[in-house]
Write a protein that binds this ligand. Structure first.
Ligand SMILES: Cc1cc2nc3c(=O)[nH]c(=O)nc-3n(C[C@H](O)[C@H](O)[C@H](O)COP(=O)(O)OP(=O)(O)OC[C@H]3O[C@@H](n4cnc5c(N)ncnc54)[C@H](O)[C@@H]3O)c2cc1C
Length: 391
């Protein structure tokens, strides 16, 4: 019998990799997690993270099941009860309501670091999971029975399956020589958090403008998070503003719907791109999360797609005899199961981005007619809400 250091090695302990490790604790599999950088687990109480996520209902259920949801500070979570989407002609609006869809909320808004901390606390309490951090792999090889990972410090680790959960610039993916088809949008996501004057009542706002997409997402208390997807010119303009100027500019862009704004966290800009992979599995290796796909943040679904990978892969591994967990044919089943959800989300976000980032007057009329018409069709809205919540 061959000796393995673990059944599964997960490279990358971000939100997706650490969620998978915790989801597998319900199985008898032994797990080894390799993370390049320990996440920060302490910060001043009154500070807020720049990175805010909209967590879908399906993701929340999974996080509850693995015990991470319960570890988060409930006073920093915000339920979204409605979403108002505005087109780029006056009066075009599409509204989604939780009540109308027969659910308590459309999504939960939370801070990246709160969730990361809850996941890492769970990992540290679990004897079945061994964490190597800080640690970085330098070589990955596979053979008939398993995969071998060589770390920078010379340690050699062997497992039946290696999971690449190491983000959009995945090292594991590079080792497999899988080339993503990258579609750079020549766009950036500019994010910042604000204190607001008028309560948001749990409503998220999104404006599809002719040159950009602006989102205001409700945060716990009288606070909101902004994600402004825009071109280089606007990114430079926004980033050059002083805090007071930025507040005035952002408030005016949203028609002062939340009154005067006060900056809580400095603005930061991230380049946006779509990563599409021709394959996400090889014999003994599988990619999940941003290592396997990225999407435009306009639908706030990036991490939810990754959590969808976790749900599918954990269920498959739990129902497979341990000696088969790295088998290519089994991993292909996982790949096929995720393909539709990933392609659909990438297609919808990409299509909307293209549709609104276009100055053609005919397209402008059509897109605004489309928003208005969708608003008049409650059954279509219910379908869209259910799809986004259960993604
Ligand atoms: C502006 C912006 C806004 C967004 N807003 C939303 C939103 O509202 N909702 C949403 O769902 N998603 C959103 N996303 C997407 C979301 O951030 C990602 O989908 C999510 O973080 C992916 O998680 P991950 O664990 O797969 O990857 P990552 O978060 O990138 O984690 C990868 C981990 O692997 C580690 N690592 C990397 N390389 C190595 C290596 N060689 N060895 C060891 N460890 C390694 C890293 O240190 C890191 O901890 C947004 C993205 C952007 C850019």
């Amino acid at each position: 019998m061959e000796n393995f250091d673990a059944d599964v090695i997960i490279v990358g302990g971000g939100l997706v990799g650490s969620a998978l490790a915790l989801a597998l604790k319900e199985t008898s599999l032994s797990i080894l997690l390799i993370e390049g950088r320990q996440p920060a687990l302490e910060w001043p109480k009154d500070s807020w993270d720049q990175r805010i996520y909209a967590i879908s209902r399906a993701s929340r259920k999974m996080l509850q099941r693995i015990g991470a949801w319960q570890r988060m500070d409930a006073s920093r979570l915000q339920a979204t009860s409605a979403m108002k989407i505005f087109g780029d002609t006056y009066g075009t609006v599409l509204q989604f309501d939780a009540l109308e869809a027969g659910v308590d909320e459309l999504a939960f808004m939370l801070e990246n670091r709160e969730l990361q901390k809850a996941l890492w606390q769970g990992l540290k309490d679990c004897s079945q999971i061994n964490i190597f951090s800080p640690a970085s792999p330098v070589k990955l090889t596979t053979d008939q029975t398993g995969a071998t990972l060589l770390l920078a410090d010379g340690q050699q680790l062997r497992a039946r399956l290696v999971v690449g959960a190491d983000g959009a610039n995945s090292w594991v993916r590079n080792q497999l020589a899988i080339e993503p088809q990258v579609m750079p949008y020549q766009q950036f996501g500019v994010v910042a958090n604000f204190e607001i004057e008028t309560p948001h009542l749990g409503v998220a706002h999104q404006w599809f403008m002719s040159d950009s997409i602006l989102a205001w997402l409700p945060l716990a208390g009288n606070r909101m998070s902004m994600v402004w997807s825009c071109n280089e010119e606007k990114r430079a303009e926004l980033m050059a503003l002083s805090p007071d100027e930025l507040c005035e500019y952002v408030a005016a862009a949203g028609g002062a719907r939340l009154g005067r704004l006060q900056l809580m966290t400095a603005a930061a800009a991230f380049p946006l791109r779509l990563n599409h992979l021709p394959e996400t599995v090889r014999d003994k290796v599988v990619l999940i999360g941003d290592a396997a796909h990225t999407v435009h943040p306009l639908a706030g679904q990036g991490v939810n797609l990754g959590f969808g990978d976790v749900i599918e892969l954990a269920a498959l591994l739990a129902n497979t005899p341990v000696h088969q967990i790295g088998d290519y044919l089994l991993l292909r089943r996982y790949e096929r199961a995720r393909r539709e959800a990933v392609y659909t989300m990438q297609g919808v976000c990409h299509g909307l981005q293209k549709l609104f980032n276009n100055t053609n007057p005919l397209l402008k009329t059509l897109r605004n007619l489309g928003l208005g018409a969708t608003h008049q069709l409650p059954w279509l809205k219910r379908q869209l809400i259910r799809h986004a919540m259960d993604a």
